[in-house]
Design a protein around this ligand. Structure first.
Ligand code: GRF
Length: 203
């Protein structure tokens, strides 16, 4: 059965683009059925429409709590039979309303080699620290900030003279390879989670 995916994003959506192209080209045997977004001006909405993907835009300020809008989102996911959630630049903290039902079926992409530099401004954190190697991580989402079990990582070298912009651009290029690869594993049913350990069958 085809895995049904929802992508959550708040920004440009270049990772959604990479995933949608991989699905369109038959490299990922899944369907992206929904994009969930909290920002009306986010470019990800245009990218979704260009691929004919449904969007669910919500306005956090119209709700009394995070739990309240997550209940609403959960309803949208159930309606469409969403199996897996991919967080790609979704800039909001999650509550147990979404984390509990989707634990083990919800991943996030983070622009650093976790557990180094979790949270926001990860690329700047890495540059300021002075590491020579950073990268991107795809991990399961748990209740913490970028703390869940790791599925895959890709290293990116920090070059002399790098700025946040130049380094971010190379990390993003790495993400656009890494995330579709992980979503392909998921779609092929090859990912097993055991405590903090993740195994990929026939990797
Ligand atoms: C990515 O760099 C991802 O690591 C971070 O947010 C960024 C999203 O970029 N969580 P985009 O919206 O997919 O272009």
């Amino acid at each position: 059965m085809t895995v049904r995916i929802a992508v959550f994003a708040s920004g440009s959506g270049s990772n959604l683009q990479a995933l949608a192209e991989a699905v369109r080209d038959g490299r990922i045997p899944a369907s992206i059925d929904l994009v969930v977004c909290d920002k009306p001006s986010a470019y990800v909405l245009e990218r979704a429409r260009a691929f004919g993907i449904d969007t669910y835009l919500f306005h956090p300020k119209e709700y009394s709590s995070r739990e309240a809008y997550e209940e609403q989102i959960l309803g949208e996911l159930s309606k469409r039979g969403i199996d897996w959630i991919v967080m790609a630049g979704y800039m909001r903290l999650l509550t147990r309303v979404l984390v509990e039902p989707y634990y083990g079926r919800m991943i996030n992409i983070h622009p650093a080699l976790l557990p180094a530099f979790p949270g926001i401004h990860a690329v700047k954190q890495a540059l300021d620290y002075g590491v020579r190697v950073t990268g991107a991580t795809v991990h399961f989402v748990d209740g913490g900030t970028d703390t869940g079990p790791i599925l895959a990582q890709q290293t990116v070298e920090v070059l002399p003279g790098d700025t946040e912009e130049t380094l971010s651009a190379r990390i993003q290029a790495a993400e656009h390879e890494l995330l579709p690869r992980v979503v392909r594993w998921i779609s092929e049913g090859r990912v097993k989670l055991d405590g903090r350990r993740v195994t990929i069958e026939n990797e």
